[in-house]
Ligand binder design. Sequence first.
Ligand SMILES: Cc1[nH+]cc(COP(=O)(O)O)c(/C=N/[C@@H](CC(=O)O)C(=O)O)c1O
Length: 401
Amino acid sequence: VSRFEGIPMAPPDPILGVSEAFKADTSDVKLNLGVGAYRTEELQPYVLNVVKKAENLMLERGDNKEYLPIEGLAAFNKATAELLLGAGNPAIKQQRVATVQGLSGTGSLRLGAALIERYFAGAKVLISAPTWGNHKNIFNDARVPWSEYRYYDPKTVGLDFEGMIEDIKSAPEGSFVVLHGCAHNPTGIDPTPEQWEKIADVIQEKNHIPFFDVAYQGFASGSLDEDAASVRLFVARGMEVLVAQSYSKNLGLYAERIGAINVISSSPESAARVKSQLKRLARPMYSNPPVHGARIVADVVGNPVLFNEWKAEMEMMAGRIKNVRQQLYNSITSKDNSGKDWSFILKQIGMFSFTGLNKDQSDNMTNKWHVYMTKDGRISLAGLSLAKCEYLADAIIDSYH
Ligand SMILES: Cc1[nH+]cc(COP(=O)(O)O)c(/C=N/[C@@H](CC(=O)O)C(=O)O)c1O
């Protein structure tokens, strides 16, 4: 008898498990609108041109495979903090930013969670309702207690701003508030600039610490600066902030696992101490991070020609998703005569559309129409082509009524 027999079979991941089910489907009309990964109009994965150019540069240079320091590639850490905050940001000049390269967004969030667990005993983390499917797993496994703040209002298919503020205000003083920097996942609903100001007010009032998850910078609006505006607003106020970054989507480096955890503190001394403890946490977890993705980001950002080409490719990707969003709206409204208001599809930003389809309706999308999506009603528009909008519109209308 195996000694592992007591280990139960784990359920498939709510997001990544959808791709497994999609692959098993033999239908030729199947659509994978599950995982948030960009696809071209031909529904193929996309390796950015600048990534190929950066990799050729590496080969020509003959870069070695020596260990990186625990905190990662210095050139990457410099580039990623400057991308996030703007190269001239006073926090960077005053050396108040502790940046450690992480295993993409997930690994950076986990490192931040481990710091909270070790140095903020009893502190609570507040996450939005709903939020990205892996946030709860990350804080659960880091043994950090969390609770939810109201975010999505199904009645208005919009932001429950009053509820959000109330829940953040009523949380214990000094809680960590997880905020999506832009392109909220799964709702696609972002606070307005005015609402961000009020969110910053209540967080300051309560001495909470904001923990931004920035997984789509430049990918949501097409502009790196626009998509970082919320983070920069909080830092400009002199607030101490944690920010997890990912280059999975905006540079298409999904499988390279490249991201960073940034801790902006009020003094260079505390930034240095925080960085030393982040290294202390990383060493027994994975020792030091992978070099390939870090070099690509550092080379692309460090080379003005490549940097400009990257910005153009981001605008292209964001543009394709905006076109698909508009086309889906047109297809649905030209077919559906129920009078339902579908304008939420156009108001949402980023990779996803939160359709409002419930679990049974989402099951119908999959079982009858071979459309794969997450059970919370989210569809990834990045996996949709203009050519498939008619078909998807039929599936959504059929599943709704
Ligand atoms: C908000 C958010 N934060 C972090 C991540 C982590 O990505 P990483 O590749 O670890 O940098 C993702 C990925 N989201 C998509 C893929 C996934 O679930 O892992 C998704 O929502 O489909 C997010 O959507």
